[in-house]
Structure formats: C-alpha cells, structure tokens
Design a binder for this molecule. Structure first.
Ligand SMILES: NC(=O)c1ccc[n+]([C@@H]2O[C@H](COP(=O)([O-])OP(=O)(O)OC[C@H]3O[C@@H](n4cnc5c(N)ncnc54)[C@H](O)[C@@H]3O)[C@@H](O)[C@H]2O)c1
Length: 267
C-alpha cells in the first residue's frame, strides 16, 4: 500500500523555472507516487500545471493553483480553492524560497527586505491559513524547507538568505510546540547543495561570464566539498519530505532533517 494513500498534499513552489526539476516539483511528484493527491501551487501557473501533468502521466491525481505565497488574500483563496476541489488537506509542504547574494556590508536594503518578505511569509502565511483546517481535523503535517545555510556560514556571503533560513528553523520549532496538542506535526528539511534551477540561476547571476561556466567542472568542485561525494538532487529532498509526511514519522515533530551529503558535519 502506498504510504500516503488517501492523503491530500498542498505543495507551494511546486513548479520549477525553465521546465527544470526543483525541490517542490520533485516533492509533489514523490508525494503523488506514494498515493497523495496533490495541490501544486506556484506563482507561475504553467509551471504548476507542468508538475500536475507529470503526476497524471504517472497515474496520480493533481490540481494546479496559481498564487503568490507572500500575499495573504491569495493564500487564503488558494487554501479555500484546494479545500473545495479536494475536500481536505493533510500535508502542507512550504517550499518557496528565494536566494540573493550579499554580506553584512554589501547587502542592499531592497535585497534584505525581499528575502525577509518572501522567505518568512512563505512559511508563515500558508501555515496560518491551513492550520484552522488541521485543528478542526485534529491532524496534519507541516514541512518547511529551510537550508543548512540557516545553521552556519558555508563559504559564500549570503547573510540575508542564511538569516531567513535560520529563522525558519526557529519558526518551525515554535510551531511544533504550539500545535502538537492538536495532533499536528511540524518539521524542517535543511537541504545542502542541491542541483536545481534556482541554484544554477544564482551561479549565473554571480558569474562575470555566464556563457563560460563549465557546469561539469563546477559539479566536480562542489562534489569534492561533500563527504558523500556528490551534489544532491531534488529527489533527495523529496524523499525526506515523503518520510516526514508519512505515519512512519508520527513521533517526529519540532526537528530538522539535513539532506546535505554530510556537508554540515565538516567545519
Ligand atoms: N537548490 C538548493 O541548493 C537549495 C538548498 C537549500 C535550500 N533550498 C530551498 O529549497 C526551496 C526550493 O528551492 P529550489 O531550488 O527548488 O527553487 P526553484 O526556484 O527551482 O523553485 C521554486 C518555485 O517556487 C516558485 N515561487 C517563487 N516565489 C514564489 C511565490 N512568492 N509564491 C509562489 N511560488 C513562488 C517559483 O516560481 C518556482 O517554481 C527554497 O526554499 C530554497 O531556499 C534550495
């Protein structure tokens, strides 16, 4: 029996840029493979629809919704639309996050504000509006995507990103303690270096000559920094999400799973 049969999962950021494979898209696909019906939410409807097409081609069930998770009215409407189409929500996967380069002295106020605005609201707003439904049912699972960058400096100045990802860990622990009496669990996944469109995009943005980027050489350099010897894939993150959403994790709440090939063990 599929582990998530009969469950409904709302996954935010369930599309991926340029038809690639991102953490949210892979998570939506893996949750569906385990039997969950998926509500794939993304800022870009065609990206969410593409994820749903992959799920349906694989025999799964999915609907696509367009919303900006930083706008409360849109999040409220999306949750209502998901409930009216699918009748229930059992799993909320808060995957949306943005990345901007910058250290303590050179980060702009605009970039700082954007990081705080998107990365913090991306966990706060969907959770706020799904929780009343979870409380009514006395069950539910929230999984927030943080990052190992939320734990420590990883060699590149991403101070605003890292601070917001660190605060997602704190938010998740607080949330878990608050909602546990209602039978609701909340955990965070901390991915390491994962090959996604967002990760490639920031490499391009930081490069003086994007056309000259040797992606294979870059992968080899990155892999050399990783104890398990390879860059992660969105499927590595998705598999952790499946576990946290499943009843196998029924006694796990308020904690973090790092999915980083061991990077955070090495100082
Ligand atoms: N890629 C990595 O190496 C890595 C490492 C650690 C953590 N993460 C985290 O994983 C998450 C997903 O990253 P990814 O690399 O798969 O990203 P991605 O950019 O490939 O995909 C994210 C999706 O979110 C959507 N989105 C962006 N802003 C939105 C908004 N306001 N409302 C609704 N949808 C929105 C985008 O349209 C996109 O389809 C992020 O939270 C990121 O911080 C990624």
């Amino acid at each position: 029996m599929a582990r998530l049969y009969g469950k409904v999962a709302l996954v935010t950021g369930a599309g991926a840029m340029n038809g690639g494979m991102g953490n949210g898209k892979a998570t939506a696909i893996r949750l569906a493979q385990e039997g969950a019906t998926i509500c794939a939410l993304d800022l870009h409807l065609p990206a969410a629809e593409e994820t749903c097409e992959i799920i349906r081609a694989d025999g799964g069930k999915a609907i696509a919704l367009s919303a900006d998770v930083t706008h409360e009215d849109q999040v409220k409407q999306a949750v209502a639309d998901c409930l009216s189409a699918l009748g229930q929500i059992d799993i909320l996967q808060n995957n949306v996050g943005i990345l901007k380069t910058g250290g303590a002295m050179d980060s702009t106020v605009e970039d700082w504000d954007a990081l705080v605005h998107v990365n913090m609201k991306a966990v706060f707003l969907p959770t706020k509006h799904v929780l009343p439904h979870f409380v009514d049912r006395g069950a539910g699972v929230v999984t927030n995507i943080s990052s190992i960058a939320g734990l420590r400096y990883l060699g590149t100045p991403y101070i605003g990103y890292n601070a917001t990802k660190g605060s997602i860990i704190s938010y998740t622990r607080n949330l878990a303690a608050e909602v546990a009496p209602h039978g609701i669990r909340a955990n965070a996944i901390l991915p390491g270096f994962i090959d996604t469109p967002m990760a490639r995009d920031i490499t391009v943005q930081n490069s003086e000559d994007p056309g000259a980027i040797d992606w294979d050489a870059l992968d080899r350099q990155r892999a050399a920094r990783i104890p398990l010897g390879r860059v992660g894939t969105p499927w590595d993150v998705a598999n952790a999400a499946v576990f946290l959403a499943s009843d196998e994790a029924s006694y796990i709440t308020g904690t973090e799973i790092t999915v980083d090939g061991g990077v955070s063990c090495r100082v």
